[in-house]
Design a protein around this ligand. Sequence first.
Ligand code: MN
Length: 200
Amino acid sequence: MAFELKPLPYDPASLEPYISATTMNLHHDKHLATYVTNLNKLIEGTPLASKSLEEIILTAAGDPEKTAVFNNAGQAYNHELFWSCLSAQGGGAPSGELAERIDAAFGSVDKFKDEFKTAALGQFGSGWAWLVLDKGELKITKTSNADLPLAHGQSALFGLDVWEHAYYVDYQNRRADYVQAVLDRLINWSFVAENLKKAV
Ligand code: MN
């Protein structure tokens, strides 16, 4: 069964002025569409064609002959998560258990944001910054290219795309401003809290 390109879960203009409809449309209709198309081509007629995206990622992780499969499957998975990590009603502060755990792990939401921003800016070249649950502990991590927490035994709670295609049209080289806007205005804390609930 070939994977389908699912539509964005909201109007691509809804994240303006922080992320433009132009960026969201390019990101979904061109970048993600290409990953899904390439993944389908790579797995067609192979034993992977009947597997879930998660199974494909775990099978391809660390197998040098399956780098292209890993990259396209990883990016398909990461973007699905990423869309839901953003919301026009996002920003503000987390609540409940998530807020308690963020305070315990990082000291405060502001300290979490500072640490997350450092990771996102410290990712050299293309990749992702993450809030993960790793053996019961909240951690901030970063990965290159398509690499993702799932391949490292971690659960992704929040993922931020820091490939240039995610922000260049709106922010040019100012990755810091993009990261700050997402953390202050778009982060979908209720989705992050749902991911925490599923992961514990
Ligand atoms: Mn992307």
